[in-house]
Structure formats: C-alpha cells, structure tokens
Design a protein around this ligand. Structure first.
Ligand code: SF4
Length: 752
C-alpha cells in the first residue's frame, strides 16, 4: 500500500512543495503538493528527476579512492577503489593536516559549489569549516553568477545578504533585466514555479511587465514589451532611465526620505552619459528609454529586477547598483509593490560575515569579499609557485570544470593539486581529479530546511522536510561528513598533545550532541516567530510545530524592514558607494569614449555568445533519464541574418571559436535572437574521460565554458564573465540534426 511524503524540492531557489508517493523503498510518483503554502501544486519538470538521483546506479554510496599508477602524478588511467568511511575520512583529514602543517594555512583551499546553498547540512557546516581551516583561500560558485548582487547589497545596505526581493504579488510595473522567470521559475523571488501566473496577474490588474534581453525568451509572451539589448550594456540603459527621471524631476525617496545619502552624487554622475550614445550602444531607441523611465517613475508602484543575466557580464557590479538606485530614487525601496525584504523564521544574516578588501589574493591582488576570493583566481593560486601556493583543495557540491569560465584551465589547475578531497555524490568532470570522493546520501535520505533561500521569499513562510528513507548503504549526510572530517583534521593538525585532546573532545561533543535538526529547532524557537522556551506559548514556532504542518506555515506578507534593518553604521542607505561610483569611468571609456567600437574593429570575433536556461535541467541534473530524454537542447541559436551572412543553413554543424577555445555544435536559426548575439545552454560537455555518469555521458553536448576566458572578469567585483563572450561562428558541415526546437524549450505549464 503506497504512502505519501511531503517535502520541499531543494533543487532551486523556488522551493516548491512536492508530494512523493512511495511504497517501501520505492518512489512511485512525484507531484506538486496542492496544499503547499507557497507553490500550491505548481512544480517544474526537474522535481520529477529527483527520483532518478535517488535510484541512480552511478551515484556513489561509498567513498571512492584514487589509486595512482604513478605516485608522482595523476592520470585518467588511475584506478578507483571503494573504501570504508573510517579509512576514507582518516586519509582525507590526515593529508589535509599534513599539507597545512608543512606549507602553511593558505596551502589548503576550499571550494563550495552553488548547490551548497540548497543543502542544510553543508550550509550549516560552511562557516565552521572556514574557521577551522583558517585559510584565506576560500572560493565559491557565487563569484560565477551571484556575487555582484551580494557586493551591492553590502555596499548600499551594510550586509551581503540583505536581499532585495521584487514584490511580484503587489507591483504595478515590473521592469526585468537578465532574467527568464518562465524557465527559472523566479530564482531570486521564490514563488513556487508559478511566476508566469504572477506575471499574468500583474497585467490582469492593469499593470505592466517589460523585459530586456538579447533573446526573446520564453518569458517574453507574458510581457507587454520585450526589447533586445546588447550584452554588457544593461548598466548604460539604466543610466539612461535614471538620468531621464532626474531630468524630469520625477525622483522621490518616498518612505526612505531622510534615510538615503549620496542622492546629489548620483544625479551628478549620470550627467556624463548622453541618451544618444546610450541608445546607439544598447540598441534601444532613445524614445523607449525615456518612455520607460517616465512610466516607471509614474507608476503607483514599480520594481526593477535583474538576475544572473546581469551578474555574469562585464559591468555587473555597476548594473546591480544602478538597478537598486532606480528603485530607491522612485520611492520603491522597502515599499509595497517595489523591492521588499522577507522576515524569515530563522534569520540567517547573522550566520555569515560581510567585508570588503581586508586582504588581497597572492598572485593578482584581487580583494577579498566576505572572506572569499573570486573563483577566477583559484587556478592561478594553484598553478603559481611560491609561498602561500594552494596545494590541496576541499571541494564540495560543485562542478567547476563545466560551470566556471575556461573549463580547460580549471582542469589544468585541479590536475596540479597535490591532494584534493571532494564531497560529492558523483565522479563528475571536476571530482575525477580528486584523490578521494566522500559521497553524501541522496536527497530523500536527509532532512531539509532552506536556511538560505527563505531570504528570497515573496511571502513569509516556513517548512521543514524530514528524511524519507533510512538507507544503510547510503546514510552519511553532508553534516556528518563535515563534522567528522573537520574534527579529525583539526585533531591531526594540532601539534600540542593537550590541544589535540581538547579538540578531540570538542569534536566528539559536536558529533554526538549537535545536529542540523537541533540547530533548526533553536533557530525557530529564538527567531522572530518563535516559542522560545515558554511552554505556554502555543502559537510560537518550533521544529515540532513545523513537523506537524508538512505543507508549511504561512507567516504573513513582507512588512517594512528599513531603516531599523539597515546594517550600515549610520543606518542610512548609501546611494553612491565610493568603490562603485569609481567604476563609472570604465563604463564610459568602453561605450562613450569608443573602447567597444575599437574592440569590434580590431577583432575577428564578431558575435557575442550568451547562455540560456532550460526548464528540464540544472547543471547537476543531467543524470536524470526523465529530464534529458529526447533531443539534446545543446544547439546554437543564431539570427537568420547572421546565419545568412556566414552561409549557415538550418542543418549545419558550426564551429564556434573564441579567444579561449573552440567547440562544434548544431545550429538552430531563430528570429528570437538579437542580431549579433548567439546563444547556447550551459553546463553540458559530459564527454570528458574518466567520469562515472552513464546517463549524462550518453547525451554529452558540449561545454560553453570551453569558450569563456578566465582572465576576463568584471573588474569591480571579480565576477567571471561567462555571458557576452566574443566569438566567431563558421559552418563546417551540413546534415546535422535540425529538428524543430526541443520540447524542453517550448513554453509549457507543468502543474501536477
Ligand atoms: S522550480 Fe522546479 S527545481 Fe525549482 S524548486 Fe520548483 S520544482 Fe524544484
């Protein structure tokens, strides 16, 4: 007889509720949970792929150790053997401790991939791990697609996780840049896979939706207007809008009156840019820029929102800043219908630090941000000899070879490591360079609470997902792996016997008495809706109460956060942070003073490539047979004019060349592309040897990051530039599969 289990899909920020029908150890179906307080039954196809991960024969159940054929170097001919957990943890901890004792604290680096943020145990272990490691070499996937958001929140509001969330439920005018909410399902506005319905509702209540993107994406049909915009120029467009608002006297602080500094400075700074230049460089008509500015500033409520599409390009820091400036100078910051801030049940702001430029990276002198260096410098820190060189890596939940700029460079760096311990469920394109892989259990074998993504909520709510299965052969959670690994590591590293004994004691205490569930219960009890220790408070939140409400608990709409919630010392929003304003001359030099025009004139790379999301896969979901069945979406979209000019026919295989590399890919000619821009999905390229991912290997595609250049990044934030890379496209063969667009790309509505 089958049973039902309710939990949150942890695959992305949207946090949809799912209903899992199971019998014994077998999953029979995964559907949307109609009673979930956030998603109300909406899910996307990816959730159904969770069962493929659970059942995947390639998913590692035991630690996997590399046995080198030649002890002096790694090779793809090396053998892999399964070892017991005790041996694996001792080996990993011992090697990390040995290298750090021999070469100094910074010789061991850590790298956390993006899915760390979707993983309760790994996320809770992150800060203790950094503290115990004591290394300045901290890297995460955030500096590939997210860091400019955090940088700007820190510079303007005083904390990297004071996340501005567009009030999609109440806004009247929604201006979007670099986002495809129909496919991402909202990303940084968690609504539960029903974003397109929310967009329809804006228009149904008389509002307006406007989208700017170099591709007419799947979201465009939910808009009143879509405008093509050239890659890297969103900052210019926003300057045009802001300048118009100032010029027409439409600026107003609204509720933030008296809590903003730097107003005059911004007003002055945008005068350096002329609308005619902006129009020429962005590709958007001057009249449209002025009209959008007036509409935005005159709307009852309005919000401008941009996601990773504007963080993975040049001038990403400036663009994120200007977006917030636009919201603030129109009275839409921390206001109903504008940008708002969630009030989560567990406020994870205090679990992390914010800082800028306290120290710099060894080789190229990049400033740290909130304890991290940008991922673009990891390779040079491994490959450049000298004191402080990285010799060992503790990596978890990430696949940088496919997700980071210049996969070949990442491979070279990973191969040069003396020791690499990977915490991962798979031997993938990145972890195949590891010396030992420690696999956490599967998604249904651990409990879950979204510590981070409740900061992206569009309503206040809370939900806890208990574990469903207790599988003896796959039972180590991420939390258990980290506490055991770090405890052993710190004990082995200590030289003084008394210190060794004390660390060992502390390790045992944490191992036996601290669990993510206990931390979550304490966080809920002492959070803003919590019960505390008061036995008479029947309404207060506890973990027990969340367990009794498997569809989640609604905690109300967003309320005002500022000025009390500002983390700046003077409790004011800094509208013109010096470090950001100082980047404006770089933008001016590029677009107003002819830098971009000179680049175009001197380059053989006459097109720009951007990435696109698909609604069936994330980078780590190509193991699911359900999600990758059918035609591989790994095709290059190109405008008919660009195709014609290069003799490219509909059935062509093309060669795409950049400064960094080359790939071959089938083409799809499409009016949806802006002329001059081509587009392909990212995170494919599962054709590298020595991986253990039979489903992905059988449908490999090619990696866009074999084209991107790790030496080119946003100067202000250090974020990688993986969109808008200059390329050349040439036809090399006819007869490539040219079916109509993959079903993946059709706009479909997936409601259980
Ligand atoms: S949008 Fe899809 S992947 Fe994201 S949480 Fe919802 S079901 Fe999961």
């Amino acid at each position: 007889m089958s049973k039902l289990h309710y939990r949150t899909c942890h695959l992305c920020e949207t946090m949809c509720g799912i209903e899992v029908e199971y019998e014994g150890e077998q999953i029979l179906a995964i559907r949307g949970d109609k009673n979930d307080v956030l998603s109300k039954g909406n899910i996307c196809p990816k959730a159904t792929g969770l069962q493929d991960i659970h059942n995947c024969p390639d998913r590692l159940r035991k630690p996997l150790k590399r046995v080198r054929k030649n002890p002096a170097e790694k090779s793809h001919d090396d053998d892999w053997v399964e070892v017991e957990w005790d041996e694996a943890l001792d080996y990993a901890a011992g090697e990390l401790a040995r290298i750090q004792n021999q070469h100094g604290m910074d010789s061991v680096a850590s790298y956390a991939g993006r899915s760390t943020a979707h993983n309760m145990g790994a996320l809770l272990a992150t800060q203790p791990m950094r503290d115990i490691l004591g290394s300045r070499n901290i890297y995460t996937g955030s500096t590939v697609d997210q860091m400019p958001h955090n940088f700007v929140w820190y510079q303007m509001f005083g904390h990297q996780f004071l996340c501005t969330i567009p009030d999609i439920n109440r806004t009247d005018y929604y201006l979007m840049l670099g986002t495809n909410p129909k496919i991402s399902n909202g990303a940084q506005m968690a609504t539960g896979a029903n974003t397109y319905k929310k967009l329809n509702e804006i228009r149904a209540r008389g509002g307006k939706c406007v989208l700017l993107d170099p591709r007419r994406t799947e979201s465009a049909q939910y808009m009143d207007e879509h405008h093509f915009i050239k890659p890297h120029t969103d900052a210019l467009f926003l300057i045009g809008v802001i300048k118009t608002i100032f010029a027409k006297g439409l600026d107003k602080a609204g509720r933030m009156e008296g809590h903003v500094k730097g107003w005059g400075h911004v007003k002055q700074a945008v005068q350096d840019f002329e609308l005619d230049d902006i129009s020429r460089e962005t590709g958007i008509a001057k009249d449209d820029i002025e009209r959008i500015a007036v509409e935005f500033a005159s709307a009852k409520t309005a919000v401008c929102y941009g996601r990773t599409g504007i963080s993975m390009v040049n001038f990403a820091g400036l663009t994120q800043w200007l977006m917030q400036v636009l919201n603030i100078i129109t009275g839409n910051m921390d206001e109903v219908g504008g940008m708002t801030f969630p009030q989560p049940a567990i406020d994870s702001l205090d679990l992390s630090r914010s800082s800028w430029d306290r120290y710099r990276s060894r080789v190229s002198g990049r400033p740290e941000f909130s304890d991290e260096f940008p991922l673009v410098v990891l390779g040079e820190e491994i490959l450049t000899p000298g004191e402080g060189q990285i010799r060992a890596l503790l990596g978890f939940c990430g696949n940088m070879v496919l997700s980071m700029a210049d996969g070949n460079h990442s491979e070279k760096a990973l191969n040069a490591l003396e020791f690499y311990v990977a915490v991962d469920m798979y031997r993938n394109e990145t972890t195949r360079f590891a010396d030992i892989i420690l696999p956490p259990c599967g998604p249904f074998e651990k409990s879950h609470y979204d510590y981070f993504y409740h900061l992206y909520d569009t309503i206040n709510w809370a939900k806890f997902s208990p574990k469903l299965f207790d599988t003896p052969e796959s039972k180590w959670t991420d939390w258990e792996i980290f506490t055991e690994l770090l405890g052993r590591f710190a004990t082995k590293r200590a030289k003084n016997p008394i210190k060794k004994a004390l660390i060992s004691l502390a390790h045992k205490f944490v191992r036996y008495f601290i669990s993510p569930e206990l931390v979550t219960d304490l966080g809920l009890r002492f959070g803003r809706y919590g019960k505390g220790l008061n036995p008479f408070n029947k309404d207060g939140l506890t973990l027990k109460k969340l367990k009794e409400n498997p569809h989640g608990i609604y905690l109300g709409e967003h309320s005002y956060t500022f000025p009390e919630g500002l983390r700046t010392e003077d409790k004011k929003i800094d509208l013109a942070p010096r470090v950001i304003v100082d980047d404006l001359p770089r933008l001016k030099a590029q677009f107003i003073e002819g830098g971009a025009a000179r680049e175009r004139a001197n380059s053989e790379f006459d097109l720009k490539i951007i990435s696109r999301l698909t609604n069936r896969t994330l980078g780590w979901m190509h193991h699911s047979r359900r999600l990758i069945k059918g035609k591989n979406p790994c095709e290059l979209l190109i405008h008919p004019d660009d195709a014609r000019a290069r003799g490219i026919e509909a059935d062509c295989l093309v060669k795409v060349t950049s400064n960094a590399g080359q790939i071959e890919i089938p083409v799809l000619i499409s009016e949806d592309m802006m002329p001059g821009v081509v587009c392909m999905p990212s995170h494919w390229g599962h054709n590298r040897e020595n991986t253990q991912q039979s489903i992905a290997n059988g449908n490999p595609g090619v990696s866009m990051n074999d084209l991107t250049d790790v030496t080119v990044f946003d100067e202000l934030t250090g974020n990688a530039i993986v969109n808008g890379v200059p390329v050349k496209v040439e036809a090399i063969a006819r007869g490539a599969d040219s079916d109509e667009r993959h079903a993946d790309e059709s706009v479909e509505e997936f409601v259980a």
